[in-house]
Design a protein around this ligand. Structure first.
Ligand code: GAR
Length: 196
């Protein structure tokens, strides 16, 4: 059984879907939900789902990313995860941190990478007049939002969409994609998954 830690910064709707998926014949189980924000709504949800939680407030560390990450690593060392899922985790991780967990860290990003790494993905898709948007799950490497792609889910951009309506449609696709990719990844399958 693979051990999964999930890193969040906010509401944690992807985290909830991942936690819900890890039952029965799923090859993984959750061992920790960790946040950089003690007030992240997802921490309470994870607690209600009886998963261990921890928070390391990044604001205590100022610009000292290494010290922040050392404390994250302390929690991870206790939980001993085989797989780390970033799920709405909004801190950029240093190459040293990523190297330490090389090949074991997944991220979900709200665009069809390689389009629109970084922030404001939905606004950028609308500004470009794209007919399709979507989400990507990829392996995390030292390059931001650029690691090997494990899966993508596509949704249409509809007439009249604004960032809120598009984000909601993409988020629903994220909720289908991330659990499906995690299940495959935990079983050793790195083949790309495409959902339409
Ligand atoms: C999701 O849309 C996720 O793709 C995005 O944040 C949202 C978190 O929602 N992640 C990023 O933008 C990463 N750079 P959630 O907390 O409800 O899962």
């Amino acid at each position: 059984m693979k051990r999964v830690a999930i890193l969040i910064s906010g509401g944690g709707s992807n985290m909830v879907r991942l936690l819900e998926s890890m039952t029965g014949d799923h090859p993984a189980r959750p061992v920790l939900v960790l946040s950089n924000d003690p007030a992240a709504g997802g921490l309470a949800l994870a607690h209600h789902m009886r998963v261990a939680t921890a928070a390391v407030d990044h604001r205590r560390f100022g610009r000292d990313r290494a010290a922040f990450e050392a404390e994250l690593a302390d929690h991870l060392d206790v939980a001993q995860p085989d797989i780390i899922c970033l799920a709405g985790f909004m801190r950029i991780l240093t190459p040293a941190f990523v190297d330490r967990y090389a090949g074991r860290v997944l991220n979900i990003h709200p665009s069809l990478l390689p389009k629109y790494p970084g922030l404001r993905t939905h606004q950028r898709a609308l500004d470009a007049g794209d007919e399709q948007a979507g989400a990507t799950v990829h392996q995390v490497t030292a390059d931001l939002d650029a690691g090997p792609i494990l899966g993508q889910a596509r949704v249409p951009v509809l007439p009249g969409d604004d960032t809120a309506t598009l984000a909601a449609r993409v988020l629903a696709a994220e909720h289908r994609l991330y659990p499906a990719v995690l299940r495959r990844f935990a079983a050793g399958n790195r083949d790309r998954l495409d959902l339409d």
